[in-house]
Design a protein around this ligand. Structure first.
Ligand SMILES: Nc1ncnc2c1ncn2[C@@H]1O[C@H](COP(=O)(O)OP(=O)(O)OP(=O)(O)O)[C@@H](O)[C@H]1O
Length: 522
């Protein structure tokens, strides 16, 4: 069922895995694993160390079998008791998600190991019929495709439907019964070739989609076994459990990827659905009343297998090395709100109870929505002001005068062009200041590209503004909640006192009733 960690009842367990350095990467000490803790250090400022603690943490030396035996197998065995589990591999592109889920022939990953386990475990049920079905789909740019059949003819993908019992399913998705490990291997290896991958700057074979492989296991009592009474619900013997194994597409920082138009479109869809997944996981663990399953195709499909009695596990994959420092920080942050920041000489501990943006948003959806709208309006106004000033030449010059940022007056700098500067300073001064200024003055310098905000910058700014505003609002709410609680306690105490006195009064009345003398006196 749920997993207990640090006093918090978690429905979705989080484990971490750091991949080794690859041949072309220069090793450094930016990532260290100690027990269940991972520490990442900014090599540019070694005082910046952030540590995160998870249910378990696997360093670069960990083998596929270690992750499988320690974290995966204890969870998936319950499928034979009709329980659902979902395992995600999350991380930045190139961090080792596909390696962890799929692996190689020599080092098979979680998917082939789970398949092997299911067929082995089946032998423990000689008096039952155990059926294993497999389906495999990918979600590419928010469209769902069947990976067990060729892509041709699938058009705009499969649709997600809900039946009369409110069960969610992917219409027409192939659901194939498999009878042996060899049969599974054959089907799976072919299906993997159908997956959308591309060569990107960060990974020569980058998965551009979320791939969901599902095993449905049904355990039924054989017909020749004595059947239980049909009316007895408890002994009806047909259990069906599902295991979803998901290789998520890599989260990407487009500033580093040099992605072209097509890759950018993919990346936008990937980042959005991962954001929703993060909110879903957080809402489940916080037992929120509203879980945003409907906000992305992936979470909608997984809705029946997340929350409720189902178990979940997220494996956060980390790539080592300074160049991945921010990616690692973001991934680890995404996976947990519990972190310790060591920034010598002070140590700040951010508590697990810290109000986070998404949990606060899901707790107060209307407030979050209102704030988003307010921040968007502010952003729009700023953009308008910028474009207005572009029309007004003098204002534009004021905004983009390259000398404005130097803290010096343009005139005096120009005068000093040949005075007392060494060659490097003069070159810098020429390239950074004088050259753009001359191009600007000649009318062929377009300063706009430097100031155009990318969508993700707007998004990041928006998120951080909303986070701050919501955190403040949540703090206010918490404060008034505490006050209300105190008042409630006082009221409770008062009621208890009154009840006590009433009981005492009733007791005395009872005594008097049984003593006629006393009644007469009263
Ligand atoms: N634990 C590991 N041991 C050895 N090599 C690894 C390990 N993890 C990843 N690699 C190698 O690192 C490279 C990137 O890994 P992988 O393709 O699995 O990343 P990914 O996170 O799935 O990337 P993307 O999101 O772009 O698909 C591959 O060459 C892979 O073989």
């Amino acid at each position: 069922m749920s997993i207990k960690k640090s006093g918090v009842d978690e429905k979705v367990k989080v484990v971490c895995r750091v991949r080794p350095f690859l041949d072309h990467e220069a090793p450094d000490d930016s990532v260290a694993v100690e027990g269940s803790e991972i520490k990442i250090t900014n090599q540019r400022n070694t005082n910046e160390i952030v540590s995160f603690r998870f249910s378990s943490c696997h360093g670069p030396e960990a083998k596929q079998v270690d992750i499988y035996e320690q974290d995966v197998q204890p969870m998936i065995g319950k499928v034979f008791s009709g329980m659902d589990s979902t395992i995600f591999a999350y991380g930045v592109t190139g961090s080792g998600k596909t390696h962890t889920m799929q692996g190689t022939e020599d080092e098979p990953g979680i998917i082939p190991r789970v398949a092997q386990y299911l067929f082995q475990r089946r032998l423990d049920y000689p008096k039952h019929t155990v059926k294993v079905h497999v389906s495999y789909m990918e979600i590419y740019k928010e469209l769902v495709y069947d990976l067990l059949i060729p892509r041709e003819g699938q058009g705009a993908g499969l649709s997600i439907r809900e039946d009369s019992s409110r069960n969610i399913f992917v219409a027409n998705l192939t659901d194939r019964e498999i009878n042996s490990l060899e049969e599974f291997d054959h089907i799976y290896n072919n299906a993997c070739k159908n997956r959308s991958t591309a060569s990107t700057k960060m990974n020569v074979s980058s998965s551009r989609s979320h791939a969901i492989l599902s095993f449905q296991v049904t355990v039924a009592m054989d017909n020749d076994e004595p059947q239980k009474d049909d009316d007895s619900d408890t002994e009806q013997y047909a259990l069906s459990g599902k295991i979803n194994l998901i290789d998520l597409a890599g989260s990407e920082d487009n500033r580093r990827t040099d992605n072209g138009k097509e890759r950018l479109a993919e990346s936008g869809a990937i980042n959005k659905s991962l954001f929703v997944l993060g909110q879903v996981v957080e809402s489940i663990n916080a037992a929120s009343s509203r879980i945003p399953f409907r906000d992305s195709k992936m979470t909608r499909i997984l809705q029946p297998s997340l929350g409720g009695k189902a178990q979940g596990m997220m494996i956060v994959n980390i790539a080592p090395g300074q160049s991945y420092f921010m990616d690692s920080y973001n991934s680890l942050n995404f996976a947990t709100k519990s972190k310790t920041i060591e920034n010598a000489p002070t140590v700040n501990t951010i508590s697990q109870d810290e109000p986070s943006m998404s949990s606060a948003l899901s707790d107060t959806p209307k407030l979050g929505q209102a704030l988003r709208v307010a921040v968007l309006r502010g952003k729009k106004r700023t953009r308008k002001r910028m474009s207005d000033s572009a029309v007004d030449g003098s204002a534009k010059r004021r905004l983009y005068d390259p000398f404005r940022w130097t803290g010096s007056q343009s005139g005096s700098l120009r005068e000093r062009e040949n005075d007392g500067y060494d060659d490097t300073e003069r070159t810098n001064y020429y390239n950074r200041i004088l050259k753009p200024w001359k191009r600007f003055a000649a009318g062929n310098y377009d300063p706009w590209p430097r100031f155009k905000l990318k969508d993700e910058q707007v998004e990041a700014h928006l998120e951080s503004r909303v986070a701050v505003l919501v955190a403040e609002k949540v703090q206010d709410l918490q404060k008034s909640n505490t006050e209300l609680n105190t008042q409630l306690e006082e009221q409770k105490q008062l009621t208890a006192n009154i009840l006590e006195r009433m009981q005492a009064l009733e007791a005395r009345l009872g005594e008097n009733a049984s003593n006629p003398d006393t009644i007469q006196h009263q």
